[in-house]
Ligand binder design. Structure first.
Ligand SMILES: NC(=O)c1ccc[n+]([C@@H]2O[C@H](COP(=O)([O-])OP(=O)(O)OC[C@H]3O[C@@H](n4cnc5c(N)ncnc54)[C@H](OP(=O)(O)O)[C@@H]3O)[C@@H](O)[C@H]2O)c1
Length: 310
C-alpha cells in the first residue's frame, strides 16, 4: 500500500483486513485502488478553504448545461432559476413559449443564461428534436430534469380510459422516453450526468382523489431506482425529487378548501412549500461533486408530511 493510499483510507479501517488491496477486486477502473476515497480528499482540503470557495467547489455548475422539461411550470421553472444562478446554462422545455419568456427574464435578471425549446413529452420525435437542438446550441447536456406533469381529481369509477392514458403518458411514459433519448446520448458519449425525475408523495403512499396521478408517480419512483442501478457504473446518477404540497397550475383543480385544510393538518410545518425551497435539493442532486454518491434516492421536500403520525 502506498503512503497516499494509506493516508486517504478511513482511519478506523486502516489496519483492517478488508482494506487489504489483495482482497478487493479492482472495481470498474476506479480512479483509486479502493472505491471510497474521494470524500476523504474533500475533508483534507477543508482547513485551507474559505467558506464561499468551499461551497462553490461543491455546488458550482459553471460549464454545465441543464435541460429542464417542464421548465415552463411553477416548480421546475423555479428550479431552473436556481440551476442558472449556480452557473448552469438552462434550457426550458415545455409547450407554451410565453411562460418560458417570463422565466427567462428572471434568469437573465440574475445574470444567468438560458433559452426555450418547445417540446411535447408525449412525442418521442419531439424529445429527439429537443436533444438535437440543445446539442446544436450548447454542444452538451449534463443535467436532465423530467418535470412535465398533469393531474385530475376524477373519482375512481368515473375515470375514462382516455383520461387514464393521458395522465400515464405525460407523467410516466414521457419520463421513460426522455430517459431513453437522453440516456442513449449520455451512454454513447460516456458523459457524467444527473437525471432528476419529479415524483410525488402520492407515489410513496397513495393520496385520495388523484388515482391515476398516484399510480403514475409510484411508477416514476420505481423507474428511477431501476435506472440508478442500471447506470451507476457509468456515472449517470438518477434520483427522484419528491415535493410535498406546493401551489401550482397542475394541482389547482385538486386543491379545494377542504383539501387544503386536510393537507395543513397533516403537514407538521403547517404550510405549503414555496417553490424556492426545492432549489437546495435540486443543486445537491445536480452537482457532480456534492451529489457524486447520491443515486437511486427519493429526496423528499415536504415540511414533514411524510413523517407525520399523531
Ligand atoms: N405542485 C406540487 O405540489 C407538486 C407536488 C409533487 C409533485 N409535483 C410534480 O412536479 C412537476 C411540476 O409540476 P408543477 O406543480 O410545477 O406544475 P405546473 O406549474 O403545472 O407545471 C407542469 C409543467 O408540465 C408541462 N407539461 C405538461 N404536459 C406537457 C407535455 N405534454 N409536454 C411538455 N410539457 C408538458 C407544462 O408545460 P407547458 O404548459 O408549457 O406545456 C407545465 O409547465 C410535475 O411532475 C408534478 O407532478 C408537483
Amino acid at each position: 500500500m502506498t503512503t497516499r493510499e494509506a493516508r486517504v483510507l478511513p482511519s478506523k479501517n486502516r489496519s483492517h483486513e478488508l482494506w487489504n488491496s489483495s482482497k478487493i477486486p479492482q472495481i470498474r477502473g476506479a480512479r483509486y485502488q479502493y472505491p471510497c476515497l474521494a470524500p476523504r480528499e474533500f475533508a483534507m482540503k477543508l482547513p485551507f478553504m474559505q467558506t464561499a470557495a468551499y461551497l462553490k467547489d461543491l455546488f458550482d455548475l459553471s460549464g454545465k448545461t441543464a435541460v429542464i422539461i417542464g421548465g415552463t411550470g411553477e416548480l421546475c421553472g423555479t428550479m431552473a432559476v436556481g440551476l442558472a444562478r449556480a452557473g448552469a446554462e438552462v434550457v426550458l422545455g415545455g409547450r407554451i413559449p410565453e411562460k418560458a419568456e417570463k422565466r427567462l427574464h428572471e434568469i437573465q435578471s440574475h445574470g444567468g443564461r438560458g433559452y426555450f425549446v418547445p417540446v411535447d413529452v408525449t412525442s418521442r420525435e419531439s424529445l429527439h428534436s429537443l436533444l438535437e437542438t440543445v446539442l446544436d446550441r450548447s454542444g452538451q447536456v449534463d443535467i436532465l430534469i423530467n418535470g412535465a406533469g398533469t393531474n385530475s381529481p376524477t373519482p375512481f369509477l368515473e375515470i375514462t380510459e382516455e383520461e387514464y392514458q393521458k395522465i400515464i403518458d405525460t407523467n410516466l411514459s414521457a419520463i421513460f422516453r426522455a430517459c431513453q433519448v437522453f440516456g442513449q446520448y449520455f451512454v454513447d458519449e460516456s458523459r457524467t450526468a444527473s437525471i432528476i425525475n419529479l415524483g410525488s408523495i402520492s407515489g410513496l403512499n397513495p393520496l385520495s382523489r388523484v388515482f391515476t396521478y398516484s399510480a403514475s408517480k409510484a411508477a416514476v419512483h420505481n423507474l428511477t431506482r431501476n435506472l440508478a442501478r442500471e447506470w451507476a457504473d457509468k456515472d449517470i446518477r438518477v434520483n427522484t425529487l419528491v415535493p410535498g404540497f406546493f401551489p401550482a397550475e397542475q394541482n389547482r383543480k385538486v386543491l379545494d378548501e377542504s383539501r387544503v385544510l386536510d393537507i395543513l393538518r397533516q403537514t407538521p410545518a403547517s404550510r405549503f412549500g414555496n417553490a424556492e425551497e426545492l432549489i437546495g435539493a435540486t443543486l445537491l442532486l445536480a452537482s457532480t461533486k456534492a451529489g457524486s454518491f447520491i443515486t437511486g434516492m427519493e429526496m423528499i421536500v415536504d415540511g414533514g408530511f411524510q413523517a407525520m403520525t399523531i
